[in-house]
Ligand binder design. Structure first.
Ligand code: GLN
Length: 487
């Protein structure tokens, strides 16, 4: 069965249709693999075995009746544990929500269930999706399947590690400043953040609402494209959801890219890169040239401000979003309070971890009277300036490429004492969230220690089809995606 688990989602779908394996067998194989190896990886906070088996049985019923299967039906999926799924705990890897049971399904989750995709478990993350290494989970760290001493990247580290280790075939994550693309890059898989508004955020525990976006993880570009087709679409429950038809991205994956213009982001490739990452970018440039694309250097002069802008806006928004966790409606409530104010304070002091507290304090400061104009308002204005840089760049090129991260996965513990060093990990990913752009990380080689390197591609808003097309062409020109972590 391991051979089957290693196959892509599309291959698994075919195997199900051809009756080489049943959906229940495939789902059980995934659950068994999790039970046998996840102690070493830590990708799952909980398993949702009953839900997965029930869905798999529905798939087998349909197959037995000769009915058409929905896209990706029967393919085992890991759901980041900040998305609601009825019948599961949704903890956001926080003590404050340790025993919180989802009262309703997130829209993205409902779409998975509608397509009969078995959800095998809830994937570990940095607490409330705040982090870049998955070391901020209140429960346990996630280990990188390529080298268990290294981080998987964050915040969707559990989702990425589960797919890289073939515990699950596909996964969902959320990306506020890189939380899908960074772990995809560190774990050698595909991770994609759609245009802001493509996927409903209803039922996703909010971190920074103007930046958050749900997206797919997979081991191939085609699988990621298929999963985005399943979860995207307008939703009246999310006021920022875009009223646009669901597209078929798979039909244009293999389009010729001859004559396309690709910009290499100067600010992300000229200095500070690990040598092997630099080589991988050079290799990507050569690949695109050999596929007939024109490659030029493009400058995004204000990109250097993006970390500062992000860590004001994201913390400001999170300080407001997390105000609801006060012991009244959701999750943990202290047992030891003499009055209401003490109940609020103790509940939050006991329930939130150190990084979440740091962010709430920073955000509250940036929004406080007297500082609002100097920090929050300035950051909003600068967000527009960064967005303008992209608009200008896309007048000249179809797509931008850069590394997903200047370095490969680092050792567990290497940056936990230095929050600023951790924040700098996001230098290449954050600007796509600020500008609301679709962006992807795809496998682009390995460093001298055998750790995966990710290539990031960004395109204008709502041009996901082009993004997947460029990704697929690169993927098929190499066999990086065929190499799997040996675990
Ligand atoms: N690493 C970034 C942060 O800590 C991004 C997190 C995310 O995208 N959710 O905020």
């Amino acid at each position: 069965m391991l051979e089957l688990l290693k196959k892509s989602a599309m291959e698994q779908s075919r195997a199900l249709k051809d009756k080489e394996v049943s959906a229940v067998e495939l789902t059980k194989a995934s659950l068994e693999r999790i039970k046998s190896i996840d102690e070493k990886i830590g990708a799952f906070n909980s398993l949702t075995e009953d839900i997965a088996i029930k869905t798999a049985k529905e798939v087998d019923d349909k197959i037995a009746k000769g009915e058409e299967l929905p896209l990706l039906a029967g393919v085992p999926l890991a759901l980041k544990d900040n998305m609601n799924l009825i019948g599961s705990k949704t903890t956001a890897s926080s003590k404050i929500l340790e025993n919180f049971v989802s009262p309703y399904n997130a829209t993205a989750t409902q779409k998975l269930l509608d397509n009969l995709i078995p959800i095998v478990g809830k994937a570990n993350l940095d607490e409330f999706a705040m982090g870049s290494s998955n070391e901020n989970s209140a429960f346990k760290k996630v280990h990188n399947p390529w080298n268990l001493k290294k981080v998987p990247g964050g915040s969707s580290g559990g989702s990425a590690a589960s797919v890289a280790s073939c515990e699950a075939t596909i996964a969902l994550g959320s990306d506020t400043g890189g939380s899908i693309r960074l772990p995809a890059s560190f774990c050698g898989i595909v991770g994609m953040k759609p245009t802001y508004g493509k996927v409903s955020r209803y039922g996703l525990i909010a971190f920074a609402s103007s930046l958050d976006q749900i997206g797919p993880f997979a081991r191939t570009v085609e699988d990621a494209a298929a999963l985005l087709e399943v979860i995207s679409g307008y939703d009246k429950h999310d006021s920022t959801s875009l009223k646009l038809p669901v597209e078929n991205y798979r039909s244009s994956l293999n389009n010729d890219i001859k004559g396309m213009k690709i910009g290499v982001v100067k600010e992300l490739t000229s200095e500070g890169l690990a040598e092997d990452v630099q080589k991988a970018i050079q290799n990507a440039i050569e690949t695109y040239k050999s596929l007939g694309a024109e490659v030029v250097e493009v400058s995004l002069p204000n990109l250097k401000h993006s970390i500062g802008i992000y860590y004001i806006l994201a913390t400001a928004e999170c300080s407001s979003n997390l105000a609801r966790f006060d012991g009244v409606k959701y999750g943990h409530r202290t047992t030891d309070a003499k009055n209401l104010l003490e109940m609020y304070c103790k509940t939050r002091a006991e329930g939130f971890g150190p990084e979440v507290k740091r962010r709430i304090m920073l955000g509250t400061y940036a929004l406080s009277s007297g500082y609002y104009d100097a920090y929050y308002k300035k950051a909003l204005q600068m967000r527009r300036v960064v967005t303008e840089d992209f608009i200008k760049a896309f007048e000249k090129v179809d797509a931008l490429i850069a590394p997903t991260c200047p370095n490969t996965a680092f050792d567990l513990g290497a940056k936990t004492e230095d929050p600023l060093a951790m924040y700098l990990t996001d230098i290449a990913t954050i600007s796509a969230n600020l500008a609301g752009l679709p962006a992807i990380s795809i496998p682009a080689g390995f460093d001298r220690d055998g750790m995966p390197i990710g290539l990031q591609i960004m395109t204008p808003q709502l041009t996901e089809a082009k993004l997947f097309n460029l990704s697929y062409k690169f993927e098929q020109a190499h066999d990086y995606y065929k190499q799997l972590a040996n675990i």
